[in-house]
Ligand binder design. Structure first.
Ligand SMILES: [Zn+2]
Ligand SMILES: [Zn+2]
Length: 371
């Protein structure tokens, strides 16, 4: 197998625009697969790693919601062949206790596999710019590129779908986090009540997940009016503008006995505290939002937590086992219950900076880049 070339969006420094560059891609190593990327979603975590995580070596290629077609397979790979249509999910080892319990997002090797920026076997990277090393393997894929190297275990095969292949990578992180958070982590029961904080892609997927579960009251808290409207279209029964007044009081007004579930995608301490204050007996709050400050903390009164049996649950990737959950979400989509494609707007990969700006201004909910 030979070294190929790709056009990629490269992050060279924190808070600086991505640059479009031609890189070389080394052939897939043992257990790896090369994928011709059809589309890749932009997720907030890409920017967190570009701007806030100094330990991830730059220059780097980010991107972790890729989908595409297999173009080469490395030594020892079984179950995948050139031409397969695939979604690229996150990396997990497949051998630890959590992987064995179908909870790969809590894999004991999750951090190095997803955040080291290199091949753990030999320290090499998949990308280079001439002689310069360029970090790869972000979430095991670094798919802001026309072609990427990933581990076979990252891949979920998808057959013919009514949704274009380029949209499907979004199921590999943001959308499965929101939907899985409600459907799997919180396992909301039919007839239960829930508030979702934040109407971005993760929060709106949580709203769709709550509809699938049959929740009777689904409240979306979101400052942008257009996103509240989208939330109502997707099945939220109530929307609240958090800037309009006392948030906890607004929630109590809708469900005076307190909510069964709260789901936070904001990472904002004040919002999480309002969510905890809005819980009813044996209520649970799920946390998926990455806080702006790494040392952000909430303080909890022990008796006030214990007496009503409240639960606080940290969630990664919606507790999803992508191999099972992505086909499940596609089946819900086919049945009209998970219209995630309506939230997507595509941009050429070369317009990545414009796409991020449009997403930040609230003009599009989920940007998908087409290499
Ligand atoms: Zn594992
Ligand atoms: Zn993500």
């Amino acid at each position: 197998m030979t070294v190929t070339q790709s056009i990629a969006a490269v992050a060279r420094a924190a808070h600086e625009d991505f640059t479009i560059e031609t890189l070389t891609v080394s052939p897939p190593g043992p257990g790896e697969v090369q994928v011709k990327v059809a589309g890749v979603g932009v997720c907030h975590t890409d920017l967190v790693f570009r701007d806030q995580i100094e330990t991830f070596a730059k220059p780097a290629v980010f991107g972790h919601e890729g989908s595409g077609v297999v173009e080469a397979v490395g030594e020892g790979v079984t179950g995948f062949a050139v031409g397969d249509r695939v979604v690229i999910g996150f990396s997990s080892c497949g051998g630890c206790k959590q992987c064995g319990e179908d909870l790969p997002s809590y894999c004991q090797h999750f951090v190095p596999l997803n955040y080291a920026g290199l091949r753990l076997e030999d320290g090499s990277t998949a990308y280079a710019c001439g002689e310069e090393r360029v970090s790869s393997h972000f979430f095991g894929q670094s798919s802001f590129s026309t072609s990427c190297i990933t581990r076979a275990r990252n891949l979920v095969k998808v057959g013919d779908t009514s949704v274009p292949l380029e949209y499907l990578g979004t199921l590999g992180c943001g959308f499965q986090t929101g939907a899985g958070g409600v459907m799997r982590s919180l396992a909301a029961k039919a007839g239960s009540t829930i508030v979702v904080f934040g109407g971005g892609p993760v929060g709106l997927a949580a709203v769709m997940g709550a509809v699938i579960q049959g929740c009777s009251t689904i409240i979306l808290v979101e400052p942008i009016a257009d996103r509240r409207t989208v939330g109502l279209e997707l099945g939220a029964t109530h929307v609240v503008d958090p800037k309009a007044g006392d948030l906890a009081a607004a929630l109590r007004e809708i469900v005076p006995e307190g909510l069964d579930f709260a789901f936070d995608t904001t990472g904002n301490v004040g919002v999480i505290e309002a969510g905890m204050a809005s819980l009813g007996a044996h209520g649970a709050i799920g946390l998926v939002g990455v806080p702006k400050e790494p040392d952000a903390s909430i303080s909890v009164n022990i008796a006030a937590l214990m007496t009503p049996g409240h639960r606080i649950i940290g969630i990664i990737e919606g507790d999803s086992d992508p191999e099972v959950f992505i086909p499940e979400l596609l089946a819900h989509h086919a049945a009209g219950r998970f219209p995630f494609d309506k939230l997507i707007k595509t941009f050429p990969l070369a317009q990545i900076n414009e796409a991020i700006a449009a997403q930040a201004r609230g003009e599009c909910i989920k940007a998908v880049l087409i290499p």
